[in-house]
Design a protein around this ligand. Structure first.
Ligand code: HEM
Length: 399
């Protein structure tokens, strides 16, 4: 192995200390090693916007079929059909278009009153207390209520499901293999609802999944199997919760750190949608999209061989000064053409409209109650999970 000297850039995505603040090392990668190679874990990484953005759209070269999370590719696990995040065309297109049919942006925006109701129910009991945890009291609750409502899962069971997801994704308690072997991916906890809903149709998404017809890879028009529905429902619950939980945490943290901008927002709520975009850009909750390289590719004068693992650092690209003026400056009025927080190309986040809605409503309702807050740092804690970056506990003293 080559000896490293002090000037070498070293990025370890599994090091919790680096995960706490990866931005300095990502900046060095962008400046000094735009094509980075990590010998220890045997993966390449792209960190500049102008590299990450085209790679996300080039699905023929950068493939998701072995998983799009570093540990999943490395663990070489079998992926069940229907986990569209981990599929390539043509299978991806079939599953994605079916899911997109039942999971439309229009349906998401119609959810606003429900999202507001769930948010209000989280916040109202805390108004007098002077203390509020952005993650425990809101981020970990409201997105689960919302997706649970969409799918038709009774509220009394949602907490157990949320705990299960947390447990399966938490790297402090799981090995990479656990994440896949875990009940979470097999989706067995949803099986009872699917069977029950099949006998009692309603107007929820689960019923739509049960009755939707589509043409599969063999050209047969059919309905989804029970196993496929299980995978879909598990995917939606996993992809839609953890990430939005982190967005709400980052909202609390960034606006505590920028009280002047927080005051502007409190005085003018019409600034909220753009502020949420800037929060998404500045602290991407899902910071790394991994791919395997399906054909040799030339990058920055080097050949990345077929079969390599490539980490696309979308969170780093979002701070790239070559693309965004003063990328490390947080500015709720910034004009953003396109950040890469929801990915780009064929895997672009199916829940982006819902995530934006939830972020917007959460901030609106927090500011309706408190214009001022400080983080209680001794009691705050980062979460270290396989797919997201953000806070597990973010208690604040609120006024
Ligand atoms: C895909 C981020 C919320 C469902 C993705 C991808 C990213 C992402 C980066 C692309 C992954 C890749 O290219 O490999 C986020 C963030 C969210 C969020 C940061 C919140 C702030 C949601 C919500 C849902 C959802 C609320 C649904 C309830 C999905 C699904 C995919 C996806 C189904 C797979 C799309 C495909 O592979 O075609 N998300 N997401 N996400 N997201 Fe989200």
């Amino acid at each position: 192995m080559a000896l490293m000297n002090d000037s070498d850039v070293y990025y370890d995505p599994f090091d919790f200390a680096i995960d706490d603040d990866p931005y300095p090392v990502w900046q060095r990668m962008r400046d000094e090693k735009p094509l980075y190679y990590n010998e220890r874990y045997d993966f390449f990484a792209l960190s500049r916007y102008e590299d990450v953005s085209p790679a996300l759209t080039d699905w023929q070269t950068y493939r998701s079929g072995k998983g799009s999370v570093l540990e999943i590719i490395r663990a070489n696990v079998e992926i069940p059909p229907g986990v569209i995040l981990f599929e390539d065309p043509p299978r991806h297109d079939i599953h994605r278009s079916l899911l997109a049919r039942v999971f439309t942006p229009k349906k998401m925006t119609a959810l606003e009153p429900k999202v507001r109701e769930f948010t209000t129910r989280c916040l109202d009991p805390l108004v007098e207390g002077g203390e509020f945890d952005f993650v425990r009291h809101l981020g970990a609750q409201m997105p689960m209520r919302t997706i649970g409502f969409l799918l038709g899962i009774p509220e009394s069971d949602q907490e157990a499901i949320r705990d299960q997801i947390d447990r399966s994704m938490n790297l402090e308690h799981s090995t990479a293999q656990d994440v896949y072997d875990d009940e979470f991916l097999s989706g067995s906890m949803f099986a009872d609802y699917i069977d029950w809903r099949a006998r009692h149709p309603s107007d929820d998404l689960m019923t739509e999944l049960l009755t939707a017809e589509f043409e599969d890879e063999t050209g047969t028009v059919r309905r989804l199997t029970r196993a496929e529905i299980l995978t879909y429902v598990t995917l939606l619950t996993g992809a839609g919760n953890e990430t939005t939980t982190r967005l709400i945490g980052w909202t609390g943290k960034l606006l505590a750190a920028h009280p002047d901008q927080r005051r502007q927002l409190a005085a003018d709520h019409s600034l909220i949608p753009n502020a949420i975009e800037e929060i998404l850009r500045y602290e991407a909750p899902s910071p790394i999209q991994a791919r395997y390289v399906a054909q040799d590719v030339e990058l920055h004068g080097q050949t990345v061989p077929e079969g390599s693992v490539m980490a696309l650092l979308n969170a780093s690209a979002n701070r790239d000064d070559r693309h965004f003026d003063s990328g490390d400056t947080f500015d709720i009025r910034r004009k953003i053409d396109r950040h890469l927080t929801f990915g780009y190309g064929i895997h672009f986040c199916l829940g982006a409209a819902l995530a934006r809605l939830e972020g917007r409503v959460a901030l609106d309702e927090v500011l309706n109650r408190w214009a001022d807050w400080e983080i209680d740092w001794p009691n705050a804690k980062m979460a270290h999970t396989s797919t997201t970056r953000g806070w597990e506990r973010l208690p604040a003293l609120v006024r």
